[in-house]
Design a protein around this ligand. Structure first.
Ligand SMILES: Cc1cc2nc3c(=O)[nH]c(=O)nc-3n(C[C@H](O)[C@H](O)[C@H](O)COP(=O)(O)OP(=O)(O)OC[C@H]3O[C@@H](n4cnc5c(N)ncnc54)[C@H](O)[C@@H]3O)c2cc1C
Length: 228
């Protein structure tokens, strides 16, 4: 089932109300924003505007296309520009956003899909599965500590492989790339990689060494280093 060509939803800018602001782990938060009629495709982004153009940052919409609100999962970077400001926002306040944008949308829903995430890079995976629960999707999630296995309860009943570099019961002890070295991937899968750029390079090398074609890989880079 190849995604039908359609005109992309138009990007617009507005003040979205914060419906809920939850801390999910010592450094990760989830913002639920008013959707205000936004049309978007699973895997697309919104931009949260800071006090100046240089403070604008991208966030994947972690909600499904039919959900009532826009969820965003973010890591608080204490030395960062926008996230310390964002973390101080309370429910009922507003954030200025622009949406939707981005092209990290599913290319072929009939194929087996392998989603490989580091840290907050799990956000688009949630958006895909909430929108298309019937997907044949295997999920590999690499984090430093188990409390960052965001949305793990939503992956119950699916092939889901948590990889925790600090170790955790029921999880692979190590990085997601270490796990992938011996994992038996379907040869006709599409691979969606999201999170640390550094992980992409390792995945690309190990997948191409196994004969996976580069055009079966799709990436969304949030940050460079494998810090999680
Ligand atoms: C296409 C795209 C989509 C993105 N979607 C998300 C998302 O859904 N959730 C999210 O948390 N971030 C996401 N990001 C990263 C986000 O845009 C910001 O860069 C991040 O929130 C830090 O912003 P900041 O201004 O506080 O820190 P900055 O001053 O911009 O960054 C400081 C440093 O923090 C590191 N960093 C940035 N993001 C992360 C992260 N998520 N985890 C660990 N280290 C990080 C980087 O090394 C960066 O150099 C996305 C980035 C891109 C390009």
């Amino acid at each position: 089932m190849t995604t039908a060509p359609s005109s992309p939803p138009m990007m617009r800018r507005w003040k979205a109300r914060i419906l809920r602001h939850r801390q999910l782990s010592p450094t990760a938060y989830e913002l639920s924003l008013s959707r205000d009629g936004l049309d978007f495709r699973a895997g697309q982004l919104l931009v949260i505007h800071g006090r100046a153009l240089t403070e604008d940052r991208n966030y994947t919409i972690a909600s499904g296309e039919n959900d009532n609100e826009l969820r965003v999962l973010y890591r608080l970077i204490p030395s960062g520009v926008l996230t310390p400001h964002l973390a101080g926002k309370a429910e009922g306040e507003y954030v200025e956003i622009s949406a939707p944008c981005g092209e990290f949308v599913l290319r072929d829903r009939a194929r087996p899909i392998v989603f490989v995430a580091t840290g907050t890079g799990i956000a688009p995976c949630r958006a895909y599965l909430r929108t298309y629960p019937e997907l044949d999707m295997t999920v590999l999630h690499g984090v430093r500590t188990a409390e960052d296995l965001f949305y793990r309860e939503e992956f119950a009943g699916r092939p889901y492989f948590p990889c925790v570099s600090a170790g955790a019961p029921g999880a692979f002890h190590g990085r997601v790339t270490d796990f992938s070295r011996t994992f038996d991937f379907p040869s006709d899968a599409h691979f969606y990689l999201c999170g640390a750029n550094e992980m992409f390079y390792e995945m690309r090398d190990l997948l191409t060494a196994r004969g996976i074609r580069p055009d079966a890989l799709f990436t969304e880079a949030y940050y460079y280093r494998h810090e999680e």
